[in-house]
Design a protein around this ligand. Structure first.
Ligand code: GTP
Ligand code: MG
Length: 195
């Protein structure tokens, strides 16, 4: 469904309030650096449009992709320990403003690594995100790193740590494609609600 739509890279914008035209629903991808945002975006679109790297910090600005009448917005990752203090505060401000103050943002896909409890940065982001009132889809990445039994345990553990029902946390893998179709459906439902 999403994978069938034509996709066009719109641009990379340092201004969190940059206006995308024509206006359409916008879905942002948020998460720690290296959590797999760009990979999941590519998996959802069924092609490699976003830049993926094992070196954290590759996504520096708001990278916008137009699909149909809406947009996917790939955000820089937060919490990259080796970024300079200046870079970190610049990313933090960009992400903060994009989530809390970007009026055109429709919903946020928030990614956490299935293997790790939320970090302090994740906690701060959760507060910002849940406080923003934007619909949020909570997604766990890299589920292929676990066996099936470990995966089920990890989903329950992460949901408990976040204080959200386990059935509202979706395990995904950009490598195996697990959960990608379900996520596409949830995103489509959000987009349909916009019409
Ligand atoms: P930044 O742009 O730096 O914030 O990173 P990102 O969140 O966009 O992560 P990216 O998609 O670039 O992936 C980071 C690393 O994790 C790369 O080495 C990917 O190949 C790897 N990776 C991403 N998704 C998965 C997954 O589902 N499974 C596994 N095993 N590796 C993954
Ligand atoms: Mg990225």
């Amino acid at each position: 469904m999403l994978a069938g739509l034509p996709v066009e890279f719109v641009g990379s914008f340092p201004d969190p309030h940059h206006t995308l035209e024509p206006a359409g629903p916008e879905i942002a991808f948020l998460g720690r650096s290296n959590v797999g945002k760009s990979s999941l975006l590519n998996a959802l679109l069924g092609r490699r449009v976003a830049r993926v790297s094992s070196t954290p910090g590759k996504t520096q600005f708001l990278n916008a992709y137009r699909l149909g009448r809406g947009y996917f917005v790939d955000l820089p990752g937060y919490g990259w320990a080796r970024a300079s203090k200046t870079e970190r505060s610049r990313y933090r401000r960009l992400v903060h403003d994009a989530i809390a103050r970007r009026a055109s943002l429709t919903a946020v896909v928030w990614l956490l690594d299935i293997r790790h409890p939320p970090s302090d940065d994740d906690r701060a982001m959760q507060e910002l995100l849940f406080g923003s009132g934007k619909p949020a889809l909570v997604v766990l990445t890299k589920s292929d790193k676990f066996s099936r039994a470990e995966r089920l345990r990890a989903v329950r553990a992460r949901a408990g740590e976040l204080g959200v029902p386990a059935d509202q946390v979706l395990a995904t893998s950009s490598t195996t494609g697990e959960g990608v179709a379900e996520l596409a459906e949830s995103i489509q439902a959000v987009l349909d609600g916009e019409r």
